[in-house]
Write a protein that binds this ligand. Structure first.
Ligand SMILES: [Zn+2]
Length: 380
């Protein structure tokens, strides 16, 4: 079973695991190229490839370009040799995805969070969906479960601490990783959803030297930063503090007790408040579909402030790429362009050339990244 191979942390298994990881990363690679990377005798490489192929973890997949002589045989991993689950727990809904080991989605399901969705009920529903996906797709080797959740969380203990503004009560100190680990007897990894989103976008982009600042905006503002494959915020998943970057001296009062926090200008809540002050009914639909010039003005002003918040983070972190994720980012081009314009205008001049783009994986990012994270931890 692939799970046993990946969980085997013994010294003698390390080289084979490194070989498997290389095949996973390169997709299709010849023995000659592998020999260049691993510096082992030809016979050792042949034996290791034979063992991995014999167990059904890798296979030959055609031939590459010959450099004189016979064309070299290429190897790849077998995507169906193992599967991982990626779960996103957001404020409004939960998404569960089944991915093969090459991170292609093979099945998924989701549900909306209501006032009735206590942590117990939500975790039971997640477990039910995982069970159904495993059965439907006849999965024999489930490797692990990754969760990207609204913070704050305790990443090391796998506990959701006390997320703000969940619809239901009962979300304090929820040991979600331990509960699912007991249920399925596989590793469960919890991280903040902004971090797992960053992982997914980083993996999708693939040049390894790139760093990505991944920013989610909506009811709250959350960011994940990944550089050379390493996340900032590794131990604690508390990224809610980005909401409280001060962007206006003596500005609007915030629930945290401070004044002028980013959230009081750039969150949905801030926009809703401004709409209500002008007697406009406030909702997501009103925001997205309104042609009312007053609503447009509120949105564009909010975009400007969000850009200022981004500029501050850009000046501190120096990312190569900023990836923006959120309903308004995807669905309102004018809003998105104002965020980018403002972020560049308020950045230090050296940072203005950086690449700012929308998320390429959109709403799939958090759960895909959560699944990738489970796979990665087998190699740590
Ligand atoms: Zn605040």
């Amino acid at each position: 079973m692939l799970k046993d191979f990946l969980l085997d942390r013994s010294e003698k298994n390390q080289l084979k695991k490194a070989l498997y990881k290389q095949l996973h990363r390169d997709r299709r690679i010849s023995k000659a190229e592998l020999l260049e990377r691993f510096h082992v005798p030809n016979t050792t490489m042949t034996r290791m490839l034979g063992e991995l192929a014999g167990k059904g973890f890798i296979r030959q997949c055609g031939f590459g370009q010959p450099s004189g002589g016979r064309p070299p045989a290429l190897y790849e991993i077998v995507p169906e040799a193992g599967y991982v689950i990626g779960v996103e727990i957001a404020r409004t809904d939960v998404r569960v995805k089944l991915l093969d080991i090459q991170f292609q989605i093979v099945g998924e399901d989701q549900f909306i969070l209501t006032k009735q969705h206590t942590s117990e009920r939500t975790i039971q529903l997640i477990a039910n969906i995982i069970g159904a996906l495993v059965q439907e797709h006849q999965v024999h080797s489930l490797l692990g479960i990754g969760i990207g959740a609204v913070g704050p969380i305790d990443r090391e203990k796998g506990v959701i601490l006390n997320p703000e503004s969940f619809p239901a009560e009962g979300w304090r100190n929820v040991p979600i990783a331990a509960i699912l680990e007991r249920e399925f007897s596989i590793p469960v990894v919890l991280n903040n959803g902004a971090n797992t989103g960053a992982i997914a976008e980083y993996y999708a982009q693939s040049p390894e030297e790139e760093s990505i600042l991944y920013c989610i905006s909506g009811y709250g503002i959350r960011c994940g930063f990944i550089q050379e494959g390493q996340l900032l915020n590794r131990k604690e998943g508390d990224v809610t503090s980005y909401d409280h970057i001060i962007i206006e001296v003596d500005g609007r009062p915030c629930i945290c007790g401070n004044k002028g926090c980013l959230t009081t200008y750039a969150s949905f809540g801030a926009m809703f408040k401004s709409m209500e002050e002008q007697g406009i009914p406030a909702s997501i639909d009103q925001l997205l579909n309104s042609h009312d010039p007053r609503v447009r003005k509120i949105m564009i002003e909010s975009a400007k402030y969000y850009g200022i918040g981004l500029a501050n983070m850009i000046n501190i972190l120096h990312p190569h790429t900023v990836v923006l994720h959120g309903k308004l980012i995807y669905d309102d081009q004018e809003y998105y362009e104002e965020v980018v314009r403002s972020a560049k205008e308020y950045s230090y001049s050296h940072n203005r050339q950086l690449n700012i783009r929308k998320g390429s994986l959109k709403e799939k990012a958090t759960s895909i990244g959560a699944a990738i994270q489970v796979f990665d931890q087998f190699f740590m």
